[in-house]
Design a binder for this molecule. Sequence first.
Ligand SMILES: Nc1ncnc2c1ncn2[C@@H]1O[C@H](COP(=O)(O)OP(=O)(O)O)[C@@H](O)[C@H]1O
Ligand SMILES: [Mg+2]
Length: 348
Amino acid sequence: MTETVIKLENLTKRFGNFTAVDHINLDVCRGETIGLVGPNGAGKTTTIKMIAKILRPNEGKILIRTNHSGLVDLENVSSTVSQMGFLIDIPSFYNMTAYELLKYFAKIQKYPRDKIDSRIDELLSLFKLSEWKYEKVKNFSKGMTQKLGIIQAIIHDPDIIILDEPQTGLDPLARIEIRKYIRKLQSLGKTIFVASHMLYEISEVCDKIALINYGKIIGFDTVENLARILKTSILKAKVLNKIEANELGPIIERLSNRLKPYLDQELDPSISKVPVTYRPDKQALRFYYDGKINSQAEILSILIKEFDTDFTLTSFTQPKTSQLEMVYEEMVKDNLPEGNNTRKGGAK
Ligand SMILES: Nc1ncnc2c1ncn2[C@@H]1O[C@H](COP(=O)(O)OP(=O)(O)O)[C@@H](O)[C@H]1O
Ligand SMILES: [Mg+2]
């Protein structure tokens, strides 16, 4: 079950001299659900549009495994890749009924004509849209339109399903529904590649997450590993007055030495290279510690008693953000492009 079905090799897309997708390498294996997660503008849609052959890469290539051969360059595969189904952008479906629309897409995808009607009924029923078969799509709610978009993507029963922000514009209940349908597709053995800017939403249904920022993949691992990496416990201490840049280095060093017995000795460098950090913008010190409640008490006591001339604490907390959100934040923060790096010296 580790056969690669999509392989991105140094995939690069430039718009003028702006690099939207920057030498991306990624393997998607059969039956896996991979999440491509990153903030708006990270390059997710551009990546997907290249896989859909809507855009041509400037560099690198996309390899796909066709039904009858090994990995081949997508360039050399006929323009409609019937093995793949796409949901890109928010669908806008004119004045057609759900039935007319799906029939139209099934024909484009050359689905066997005599099977189209039963396929449409099967999918409308699976997605609980049967009653809306002959309704005009323009009267559908956002959630229903999005579901129809997913049906459109899989109408020809592709093995690989590629969804761009399937949860966009949906309320929380509809987002739960979409996750349910993604699981349904998984249970059918489909390979799914889904782009989203909502890490938490999507992590629940993904086997692996590729974090993308400024066009670069900055992390690719299983959800469990990403979460486990961050099992590290964190304490956040806010200070009353900004710590000046020239004082920061020595303070961090003294903190690190004095608190050493309570800090995380096996801190994963992909989370943080040092166990004590300071974010000037938030006026917050962060301690990666061993997670023990006694250590919390010791750290607090030492901060108050021994660092009272260095700073005044205004709060001392364990941040509640989900662990995975935090990995994301850390990774994104460390990957600001050159010339746009607003971090003050010593922040990390
Ligand atoms: N056709 C285009 N021309 C110029 N810039 C573009 C074009 N399409 C996307 N971009 C830029 O490329 C970057 C990545 O966009 P996109 O792939 O849509 O990001 P995402 O889907 O992750 O939000 C953005 O900065 C966007 O403005
Ligand atoms: Mg996008």
